[in-house]
Design a binder for this molecule. Structure first.
Ligand code: WT7
Length: 639
């Protein structure tokens, strides 16, 4: 069986998987050759996790937009590429054919060139979920500029941190974004962010909400005015080396500020396309609806690049699942006849709370495949999704992956390999996972009682879509992902594996939280809290939450105990919102007199985690603490 063909059975999968592991270079060369290369590659892979130094198809030259757009024109020019569903259902849905999208991307690419953007420049994109966001991203790729999309929920401070880190001289934004009943004032957030970033030369502003905004002379220009000037532009796809950066996407880790994960043109392209086709088993003419925001990797890979590379129809939804009511997703499925629905467990759990009456009279028969991503899915949510949305006839792909992996790593293949509630199941071809103990030794032994091996999830061989570096600081990439265990990429997750090789992801084993599918570093939240004037120090941990998966519990020591605690709590959350964004607000803030510390001054998070989880009887050994009495106090006043 050729690696390029669709895997059609479990046996196919096994054969293909074995080939991908026994001869990875031949396997990936064959797949990569099916793309349009301006200059074919002759080298397939060089790698060393000790750098790390990973290079795929290194001497090949290509442009991802030529593969997303130009190559489809002869056959699919008049077919739909993007369907746009606006925030308000009564407004007209818009759509773009491949030919229209191609032209729109070239036009905006010309605008970027006119504004002085050059190959290799970093361009920050801070927009809502409108088609112009996809156009902006693709236009950057067209001319070889590196896009750095920042999710519209992040604060001005987070944006300036990212602009500074990437030294981005260009910003693309819009006046405002609609989200349900709210208008998010994107341009004014950018204005605030840019107070700290005088190196930004140009801000291109799309008119969308018609909110009144201020435009800074010589710096700010209107999208529509500039588009008007270029007419029907022709911009050739810039020749990019396979290993040239395609984009930066910031994500949280267990220490410090978010890091800019860098993905490259060739490998990411191959991986996004391959995983999209194999996992969802996309069929010609189908409509794919991924509910993520393009501000996250899921949107990059499975709204924009994966579907367009495959010549698929992709749906972009501007709004939220509960507006105008909680039946919105199902209305969209019915209205556009969605075939593949890809969403997050947290969305499913929150919609579960509204009951099943909402499905009455809705026609969801177009659905063929359901998917989930972002966090472990509990069995109850899985079954609800399976029965009520999929009417017990659609396979559910539980896709495990990360910003750093570029695309799906472990998942069943829709209708081809079996699904199993709460299990991501099998690694994709080319992915070689390994479970290790805390010393990096492989765990093989299946526990006879459970039937599983447990361990920290690592990957021992490179795959085309893996991150290459963290922007501006390569050593951080090494420390974060490759230093923990020699010659292994460490994911930060724990997992079980059964005798048949299926994986069940248990969640993060490091100080990273997953709140409603959003990745948040505890250190980042602590740093924000500590910036509040009344705060001496703080410790942040996660605890289980029915809808969000995990929620944030902050233990805070304040300088002045006479403070009204309700007020200081509110202030602290305002500080977090200002420094990071509302997604990182603490669900519980407990003001404490002291934090449990070892004699060497290290905060014992293990104990705080247990307290937050309510496991007061399982705190473990507290005798090594500097002052064990603080634990009693914290327990009595637990929220
Ligand atoms: C972390 C990565 C990759 C797209 C969205 C999140 C968790 C992701 C699953 C899943 C269990 C999952 C992991 C991972 N995660 N998908 N199917 N089952 N956990 O990307 O923000 O980079 O977060 O999300 O903990 O490490 P991200």
């Amino acid at each position: 069986m050729k690696p390029l063909q669709r895997i059609q059975s479990l046996e196919d999968y096994q054969r293909v998987y074995d080939y991908s592991v026994s001869d990875p270079e031949a396997f990936w060369a064959e797949i990569a050759q099916s793309f349009v290369w301006q200059k074919p590659f002759t080298q397939v892979l060089q790698w060393d996790f000790d750098g790390p130094n990973v290079r795929w198809f290194e001497d090949g030259v290509l442009n991802i937009t030529e593969n997303c757009l130009d190559r489809h024109l002869p056959q699919k020019g008049n077919q739909t590429a993007i369907v746009f569903e606006p925030n308000r259902p009564e407004e007209d849905a818009r759509s773009f054919t491949y030919a229209e999208l191609h032209q729109a991307v070239m036009n905006f690419a010309q605008v970027l060139l006119n504004q002085g953007v050059k190959k290799g420049d970093r361009v920050c994109v801070y927009m809502g979920m409108v088609p112009e966001l996809a156009i902006a991203v693709l236009a950057c790729a067209r001319i070889g500029a590196i896009h750095s999309v920042v999710f519209g929920g992040f604060s001005a401070q987070s944006i300036s941190d990212r602009l500074i880190d990437a030294n981005a001289h260009f910003v693309i934004t819009q006046d405002g974004a609609f989200r349900g009943n709210k208008v998010i004032p994107l341009k004014s957030v950018i204005d605030e962010a840019l107070l700290q970033c005088d190196f930004v030369q140009k801000v291109i502003v799309l008119t969308h909400t018609k909110t009144s905004i201020s435009m800074l002379k010589d710096r700010d220009v209107w999208w529509e005015v500039e588009i008007e000037k270029v007419g029907q532009a022709h911009v050739a796809p810039a020749p990019m080396n396979a290993e040239d950066p395609l984009f930066i996407l910031y994500t949280s880790g267990s220490t410090g500020k978010p890091k800019g994960v860098v993905h490259t043109c060739g490998g990411y392209m191959v991986w996004a396309n391959y995983t999209f086709e194999q996992v969802f088993q996309y069929q010609e003419g189908e409509l794919h609806f991924c509910t993520a925001d393009i501000g996250w990797i899921t949107g990059h890979s499975y709204i924009v690049y994966g579907p367009l590379l495959a010549g698929a129809k992709t749906l972009m939804f501007e709004g939220i699942p509960t507006f105008p009511d909680h039946g919105r997703f199902w209305d969209i499925v019915e209205k556009h006849k969605v075939n593949i629905l890809y969403t997050a467990p947290t969305a499913i759990r929150s919609l579960m709370g509204f009951g099943t009456d909402v499905f009455q009279g809705k026609d969801l028969s177009s659905l063929r495949v359901l998917g989930t991503v972002g966090e472990p899915i509990n069995e109850e949510a899985w079954h609800w999704y399976h029965v009520n949305v999929g009417k017990s006839r659609c396979p559910i792909v539980d896709t495990w992956w990360q910003t750093e992996t570029g695309g799906i790593m472990i998942s069943n293949l829709a209708g081809v390999t079996p699904d199993r509630p709460a299990w991501a199941t099998l690694p994709l071809p080319g992915i070689q996972p390994i479970l290790v103990d805390e010393h990096g030794n492989e765990n093989h032994e299946i526990n006879p009682e459970t039937g599983f091996v447990h361990g920290n999830l690592c990957v021992k061989f490179p795959w085309p879509g893996m991150l290459r570096t963290t922007y501006g600081d390569h050593s951080r990439c090494y420390t974060n992902y490759f230093a923990t265990y020699k010659n292994l990429y460490f994911t930060g997750d724990g997992a079980y594996r059964d005798a048949a090789g299926n994986y069940r992801i248990t969640g993060r084993v490091d100080d990273v939280l997953n709140v409603s599918g959003h990745r948040i570093g505890t250190a980042e939240v602590e740093n924000a809290i500590n910036r509040h004037l009344g705060v001496v120090e703080s410790a942040v941990v996660g605890y289980p939450h029915d809808i969000k998966g995990q929620a944030i519990y902050a233990f805070v020591v304040c300088s002045d105990h006479t403070h009204e605690s309700e007020m200081i709590r509110r202030d602290i959350n305002e500080t977090i919102t200002k420094l990071i964004g509302a997604i990182a607000k603490a669900d519980k803030i407990q003001i404490v007199k002291g934090l449990p510390k070892t004699r060497s001054g290290k905060i014992m998070r293990r104990i705080l985690r247990k307290i937050a989880e309510g496991e007061l009887d399982h705190l473990g050994d507290t005798s090594t603490l500097l002052d064990p009495s603080v634990v009693d106090e914290i327990c009595t006043e637990r929220l």
